[in-house]
Design a protein around this ligand. Structure first.
Ligand SMILES: C[S@@+](CC[C@H](N)C(=O)[O-])C[C@H]1O[C@@H](n2cnc3c(N)ncnc32)[C@H](O)[C@@H]1O
Length: 252
């Protein structure tokens, strides 16, 4: 699939279960390169600004005690990196993402906030992080892990680059437990969100992929088990907004 295709109204992606890993990585790169300009706006609209509160909650759980450095993996346009830098004035922040257009947008935002001396964004792949072991106190990935076929590799890499007792945080869109909120959310995901995406974006298929990837994400129990499988300890899941989003925290 060429990037140009993603700019048309008619692009279609196979379902998450039908994609192989390489195809999925290509589609993810294509999607984020095609929605960059509207990405922040759509995040706010489609989540009713909850995304802002969820990132703030993530930042409030961070603990800096040795390196005073934070790594934001799959940083996108840098929102989590910026929140961290604005909250902890003594912390230096690095963000990496494998879609250069998203990184460039983030760099613009950092410059607008005059934070170039403490926040650096650059190209980088979550499954092959270009930093030495034990370089950061905290690393986090917000709404990124769902798009990475090899989640174990990404989690292992995140664990590798933090110091002992440092934190790995994963903020991700999830599905509430069965009941009223699951049904309401399901209606929103399948009925409302695709319509909003059609109004606001040139690539509504990107948001069909979003729904599909949320519905195919592991349960809380499965994801905590995955974190433990890479050797993270004290792993916990904090449901946010009735479990529509979950903040996972593990320690090295
Ligand atoms: C939904 S956006 C989240 C951006 C940002 N973290 C936020 O909170 O808005 C997902 C981002 O993950 C990036 N991404 C997906 N897989 C990646 C990988 N293997 N390495 C680096 N970035 C990746 C995409 O390019 C995209 O910018």
């Amino acid at each position: 699939m060429k990037s140009e295709d993603a700019k048309t109204q008619n692009v279609e992606y196979p379902s998450v279960q039908e994609m192989n890993d390489d195809q999925r990585i290509g589609i993810v790169k294509d999607i984020f390169a095609s929605v960059t300009d509207k990405y922040d706006f759509l995040n706010r609209v489609l989540s009713g600004r909850r995304d802002v509160a969820w990132r703030k909650r993530t930042v409030s759980e961070m603990n800096f005690f040795k390196t005073n450095r934070f790594l934001d993996v799959a940083t996108g346009t840098g929102d989590l990196a910026l929140d961290c830098a604005n909250t902890y004035q003594e912390v230096n922040v690095t963000g990496v993402d494998f879609v250069q257009k998203m990184v460039d947008k983030g760099i613009e935002k950092i410059s607008n906030q005059n934070l170039e001396d403490r926040v650096e964004l650059k190209w980088g792949d979550a499954t092959n992080i270009d930093f030495n072991d034990n370089s950061f106190d905290v690393t986090a990935i917000a709404f990124g892990i769902r798009n990475i076929p090899d989640m174990v590799k990404a989690l292992s890499e995140m664990k590798r680059v933090i110091v002992d007792n440092g934190q790995v945080m994963i903020l991700e869109l999830t599905t509430p437990e069965p009941g009223f909120w699951r049904s309401t959310y399901s209606f929103y995901l399948n009925g409302v969100l695709p319509q909003l995406a059609k109004i606001f974006t040139k690539n509504p298929a990107a948001y069909e992929y979003l729904v599909d990837s949320i519905l195919n994400f592991p349960t809380q129990k499965e994801f905590v088990a995955l974190m433990e499988s890479v050797g993270l300890k004290n792993s916990l899941a904090i449901p946010l907004t009735f479990g529509v989003c979950t903040l996972y925290i593990g320690q090295k």
